[in-house]
Every structure is written in C-alpha cells, then in structure tokens.
Design a protein around this ligand. Structure first.
Ligand code: GLN
Length: 309
C-alpha cells in the first residue's frame, strides 16, 4: 500500500529535504551542475489510475541512468532476451556505474549487466534503426507510449554537454568494439546514448511509466499492454539487483521495491500491482543516488510497509 494523502506526502518531502544539504549535484556532466540542490518532488501513481504528489511535480529533469531500463525494455521487446543476453550479462557488479574494471576481468568480456554504463551502451547499440536519429526517434516513440505523453523529448544542451565530455563511456565503447560486443560506429552509439540519457520528463510522467512496470506491462491509463509480462519481469528483476548501482543491496533491505536511479537525481520505483513512484531530488549521495529521494523512500517504506520481501 502507498500514500493516498497529499498532505502526508508533503510532510515526508519536508522531512526528507533536510538531508539534501549533505549531498552534491552531479557535475561531471557540466549541464547537470546547474540543478537546484534543494529540489525534491514525488508522484505516486496508483494502479487504479489515481495519483498523489508533493513538491514541484511539473519540474522536468533528464532521465540519465533511468533511461537504461527503458532502453532495455525496448530492445528486449524487439530482439528477445536470448539475443540481448549474448551482448550483456545478468549479474550485479558491486562497482560504481561507470566502472570499467570488470570489462577486462570478467569472462567473457561482455558487460555484467544492462544497468551499468558499459551494459547500457551495449544495449543502446542494439536499438534498430537505419541512422542514429532513427534509433533515437524509435526509442523516444516507445517512451512516449509508456508515459502516454506525445510531448516527451530530450534536452539538447544536456546531451551535447555529455557527448563532449564523456570520455570514459567512449573508452568502454571502443573496448567493447574490440570484442565485438558493440558492432556499430562508436561515435554514433555515443550520440544515441547521450541523447537517450537526456530524455526529459517530470516526476508524474516517471511515476506513470513505473506503474506500467508495476502492472506487468499494462498501461494504467489506457489499459494497453505495452510490454510483455516477461519483459516487465526481467526489467524489474534488474532494478532490484542492480538498479541503485552499488547501493542496490542496501536499498533492497531498507526500501524493498524494484527501482532505478539516475545522476540527475531521479528515482523510478515500481511496487508490483500497487503503484509506480517518480522522485526528483538532484543532490546525490556518494554512490550517485538522490540523497533526499532515498530518505523519502525510507520514510514512506517504513510507514506503508512497501517492501516486497
Ligand atoms: N549519462 C550518465 C552517464 O553515462 C548516466 C549515469 C547515471 O545516471 N548513473 O554517465
């Protein structure tokens, strides 16, 4: 069960906001450094197609790593798990999201899972399309369908800011190209990936998308089956095992719902058959998760016994 009371949600937001000062906004992507450290918003989208929210839920932010789940869902739907898992593994790494260390030490050389940067780059390279623009347009079309919102697009400034500075991701792409995990042109993969990460929405859209996963792929608003149950299941499992980077174990114990975070400060959580949740709080903890967002989820989980375990 989740919160069905906007005032209570607002009280949780006020309480959780207090820890925002202990975090830092991401600055390795220069455009993200402009975020307001004190922002915190939350939307809870119930499977009954009702919503509760608190904070500035109209404020848009870029998905960053949250896009990894959506790109994975898209590619799994198009290619099927058998093909996708030839290029990316299914195991948590225990390393930071941008680490490349296991690319060399793990055998075979494929990235360990699709929620780390290396794995997500490999997944993005599998999106079908004649050109990078075509690949991106197809992914955005899919995300618009998930959010039931045709206006969703990406932030050109953030995409360009990451494209120009993202040398570690580039290095990992070239490494994977050496081992035929990535087959396309690396600059084109980087182009699609950085734009994918810069897709923007607000916490309400994010909560609604999360709710599609909560409902095993069925849209809470339209009733349409957008993902197969199997694809939704695989994505939620990755969210539990690797969605919060190398804090996934702790998150599973303290909060206990499938979730994915991004360095812009977003968190998408999916409580099965109950609700989807979208949070935006750009101040991050040392592992790159929204510090106030996690605090908020801890407060909520304690009160509403949200854990699926
Ligand atoms: N675009 C970011 C990157 O590749 C996404 C990382 C994240 O959100 N953790 O570094």
């Amino acid at each position: 069960m989740a919160c069905r009371d906007n005032e209570e949600l607002q009280r949780f937001v006020e309480e959780a906001k207090k820890v925002a000062k202990d975090g830092k906004v991401a600055s390795y992507i220069p455009a993200l450094a402009k975020a307001d450290q004190t922002d915190l918003s939350v939307a809870v989208y119930h499977v009954s197609n009702t919503c509760h929210s608190a904070g500035d839920v109209d404020k848009r932010f870029t998905l960053q790593s949250i896009s990894k789940v959506l790109a994975l869902a898209f590619v799994l739907s198009e290619e099927g798990p058998k093909k996708v898992f030839q290029f990316v593994g299914q195991e948590p790494t225990g390393d930071p999201f941008n680490s490349m260390i296991k690319l060399e030490t793990a055998s075979p050389n494929k990235p360990l899972n699709p929620m780390i940067n290396a794995g997500a780059l490999a997944v993005t390279s599998l999106i079908r399309g004649a050109t990078p623009q075509d690949q991106l347009n197809r992914l955005i079309g899919f995300i618009r369908e998930l959010a039931n919102d045709k206006s969703i697009t990406y932030c050109k400034e953030t995409a360009a800011s990451e494209f120009e500075t993202s040398m570690i991701n580039r290095a990992m792409c070239y490494y994977m190209k050496q081992y035929h995990i990535i087959r396309g042109n690396v600059e084109e993969v980087m182009d699609v990936y950085t734009k994918q990460c810069a897709i923007m929405m607000n916490s309400l859209d994010l909560a609604k998308i999360a709710c599609v996963f909560s409902l095993d792929g069925r849209h809470p608003e339209t009733g349409k089956q957008i993902l197969s149950k199997d694809v939704a299941r695989i994505c939620k499992t990755f969210m539990v095992t690797c969605g919060m980077y190398n804090a996934s174990g702790e998150f599973a114990i303290n909060i206990g719902i499938p979730a994915k975070s991004g360095v812009s400060g977003g968190i998408m959580g999916a409580a099965p058959y109950d609700f989807g949740i979208g949070i935006f709080g750009p101040a991050l903890d040392e592992k790159g998760n929204s510090i106030a967002g996690i605090k908020l989820l801890e407060l909520m989980s304690e009160k509403y016994e949200m854990s699926i375990f």
